[in-house]
Design a protein around this ligand. Structure first.
Ligand code: ZN
Length: 191
């Protein structure tokens, strides 16, 4: 590898593979067998603790990044466990504790973990599934390039594995990113 290799820095578009485990070494998810993830550095498009540890890396680099919950999905919020009428669930079906369901909220459907099932109500944990967890990422940097003018304007990477890819831990961006569709890019995305 040449010393001229582009390094991860603000406004670089970075493509990487990852494998994620929690602090107990339990497997969470990985990009193995899928497209690598692409993001634009310095725009809070990946969890802050991981972004920080990406800085200065270059293509071919492999490293492990341990990220405490405060720099990932935050601590668990005990108030995020709520009793909800079963009729508010999307396709409730047969309910059991430990399963994941979708619940209709003012902001649209949201995934939640069933804690307890009653006759008419269900106790749901609306915390992010990774809240309160230390995340241990095994990272392999695939590519680092300059952002395009359009990407700089939008504040996120485009193309395969970029913004709106199904691996997007940031709940604010759960929607697909279809340019020219329903998504106005004139404004700041405001993370
Ligand atoms: Zn865009």
């Amino acid at each position: 590898m040449s010393s001229e290799a582009v390094k991860v820095d603000a406004d670089k578009v970075v493509t990487f593979h990852y494998s994620l485990r929690d602090a107990d070494d339990a497997f969470v998810e990985s990009s193995e067998g899928k497209d690598p993830v692409t993001y634009m550095h310095g725009h809070a498009n990946i969890v802050p603790g991981l972004e920080e540890q990406m800085a200065g890396k270059q293509p071919g680099d492999k490293f492990t990044a341990s990220v405490p919950p405060e720099q990932a999905y935050g601590l668990r919020d005990p108030n995020a466990v709520q009793r909800v009428p079963i009729k508010h669930l999307v396709n409730a079906g047969k309910l059991a504790a430990g399963q994941t369901v979708a619940v209709n909220t003012r902001e649209g459907p949201r995934h939640a973990l069933v804690v307890k099932v009653g006759h008419f109500n269900v106790d749901l944990d609306l915390n992010h599934p990774l809240a309160g967890k230390t995340l241990v990422f095994a990272i392999e940097i695939v590519d680092v390039r300059d952002a395009t003018a359009e990407e700089l304007q939008h504040g996120h990477a485009h193309g395969p594995g970029g913004h709106g890819h199904d691996h997007d831990h940031d709940g604010d961006h759960a929607h697909d990113h279809e340019h020219g569709a329903d998504h106005d890019h004139a404004h700041d995305h405001g993370h």
